[in-house]
Design a binder for this molecule. Structure first.
Ligand code: AMP
Length: 395
């Protein structure tokens, strides 16, 4: 069985053709600058192609992808018939969805009603589904949500301390994101621990970053909130901030509410504090060259992660494993070291040599005497999407 995994953004489309039974990836790629001009990066048969191709809308982008999959020297299938289903990454499922679902008109209507909660993401996700239905009308589509895994959070963790009617009338609560990644990594950790009643903290550290407390395979708290702005210091997002800063900045800089939220989402975080880049690699390099602001930025990033780990360890009443994943979590040994150092009081002992090893495997990087395991687990969100799609379509 082959599943086409689609992640539709406002001007981009990430895709992967995968066999969920074997986790074999047949092809992967990215369409960018859709509606502007169009650029394709396509990888198949260990061959990477980069091409400028006109993509006025997502429809042409999907058609181009299907053409690359079925034609030319790098084709991986003979016809679209070999694709059994399409799995869509959907950012916001609100309180409607606590698991993946087969897409129908009712699902689309619910996702449309959630647009005010995810105005940048849900419209693009819905568009991807509608176009897939139009181009491949006989294929089932499945929606896999970033929020679904966190629907197990208790009200005491997902509520904000604002008047209750704001939750009831306007859905103001914490939803959490990166759910497919937190699910995948915590599940891998559970297997590595070989323990049913596990207490796991997952640090998904990429350009967007979040931490999740997982008890017995269920999310009980996570650092992102109503939107992905809350929590850790990210590439361009501030993470946690005194809400009073918003009105203060609006006043001082003459910005509207929307401009201020945009400022906290796009101009803040690592980029804003360092003044260098949102890419941590460049900040680490500057720090090594003696840039003090870069050093402070790195410490801010690590201290915030540490704060969440300690708070979640308290909530879980102990922790069996701390897991690192995504671009920074999987690759930046310096960050893992800075986060883990000082946590020996809670049984966390990092092995410096194991921490420096680089590969694509799940690995344990704690000392033999460490009470708490420290794992690096490469995330695989596409696999979760393909596998959920497979399970729903097969049923
Ligand atoms: P992601 O969003 O998961 O693709 O992660 C992207 C981020 O990972 C980039 O912004 C980089 O800052 C970071 N990253 C990737 N490799 C490294 C590395 N070797 N050291 C530090 N940061 C890295």
């Amino acid at each position: 069985m082959l599943v086409l995994v689609l992640n539709s953004g406002s001007s981009s489309l990430k895709y992967q053709l995968m066999n969920p039974e074997t986790a074999e990836v047949k092809a992967t790629g990215l369409c960018e600058r859709i509606g502007i001009d169009g650029r394709l990066v396509h990888e198949a048969n260990e061959h990477k192609i980069k091409k400028d191709i006109n993509m006025p809308t997502h429809k042409e982008a999907i058609e181009i992808v299907l053409d690359f999959l079925t034609n030319g020297e790098d084709k991986v299938i003979d016809s679209i018939d070999e694709i059994q289903a399409i799995g869509h990454r959907v950012v916001h499922g609100g309180e409607f969805f606590n698991q993946s679902v087969i897409v129908d008109d009712e699902v689309i209507a619910k996702l449309e009603s959630l647009i005010p909660l995810a105005p940048l993401h849900n419209p693009a996700n819905i568009m991807g589904m509608k176009i897939a239905q139009e181009i491949m009308p006989t294929k089932p589509n499945v929606a896999v949500f970033d929020t679904a895994f966190h629907q197990t959070m208790p009200a005491s963790n997902y509520m904000y301390a604002v008047p209750y009617e704001d939750y009831k009338e306007h859905g103001v609560r914490k939803y959490g994101f990166h759910g497919t990644s937190h699910y995948y990594v915590s599940n891998e950790a559970k297997k590595m621990l070989n323990k049913e009643d596990s207490k796991v903290i997952v640090c998904h550290l990429g350009n967007g970053s979040s931490v999740c407390a997982v008890r017995d395979g269920k999310s009980i708290d996570t650092s992102m909130g109503l939107t992905p702005l809350e929590g850790l210091v990210m590439g361009t997002r501030s993470g946690d901030i005194d809400a009073g800063v918003l009105s203060y900045l609006m006043d001082k800089k003459g910005m509207t509410a929307e401009e201020t939220v945009n400022y906290l989402n796009k101009k803040s975080g690592l980029l804003g504090v360092s003044g260098i880049s949102s890419d941590l690699r460049e900040i680490i390099e500057a720090c090594e060259n003696g840039d003090e602001r870069a050093a402070t930025t790195i410490d801010m990033k690590c201290n915030r992660i540490k704060k969440y780990i300690c708070s979640y360890a308290g909530m879980l009443e102990g922790v069996d494993a701390i897991c690192f994943t995504a671009g920074i979590g999987e690759n930046a040994d310096l960050i893992r070291e800075k986060v883990c150092n000082g946590l020996e009081f809670m049984g966390v002992e990092l092995d410096e040599d194991k921490n420096k090893v680089r590969n694509d495997e799940n690995r344990e990087i704690n000392t033999n005497s460490s009470k708490t395991k420290i794992y690096v687990i490469p995330t695989n969100e596409e696999y979760v999407i393909a596998n959920d799609t497979y399970k729903l379509v097969k049923a």
